[in-house]
Design a protein around this ligand. Sequence first.
Ligand code: SIN
Length: 187
Amino acid sequence: MSPDNTSSPDASSLHWVFGYGSLIYKVDFPFVQCAHASITGWARRFWQGSHDHRGTPSAPGRVVTLIPQARARCRGVAYQVEPQVFEHLDFREKNGYQRRSLPIRLEPCGAQVSGTAYVADTANHAFLGDAPLAEMARHILRCAGPSGSNRDYLLQLADALRMIGEEDEHVLELAAAVLEQSMGEEC
Ligand code: SIN
């Protein structure tokens, strides 16, 4: 979706939201402006269960969350939005994610702004945690939900990260493992 230029919102009511997963490539909300951005002290990991988008309650998919990790840097996209957009985002991210306030560094200017990211912490009911790479790839290959296959979530995220010049080892390795396993299944 493109920026909403139909009205000029009150600048003091605007908020920055940092997207690091599907919010990078599935932009189904209006925004005033967006920028490539990063946060520090957090790592993107496919450790969250998805009951409502890329899986079901009985077969949850695997989607990304942010895990605290000293010195880690996570790149994504920051959107400046009007407050009412949170109604939509809270619903979209309802399965275990909570809004978390954090500093966001905007690119290319380097300006630091206060913002929000949706984080699913280790105590939430849908948290899956770490697993061996091949197991996570198998898991992702067999799951699907109302928003589509878990495989597409991963591959779309890997493409979106490539487009912003981000080499996220965890995502790239998982995408390679999924592609390798799906080729094996076709043979
Ligand atoms: C995000 O994209 O920022 C949150 C996680 C997701 O919806 O994939």
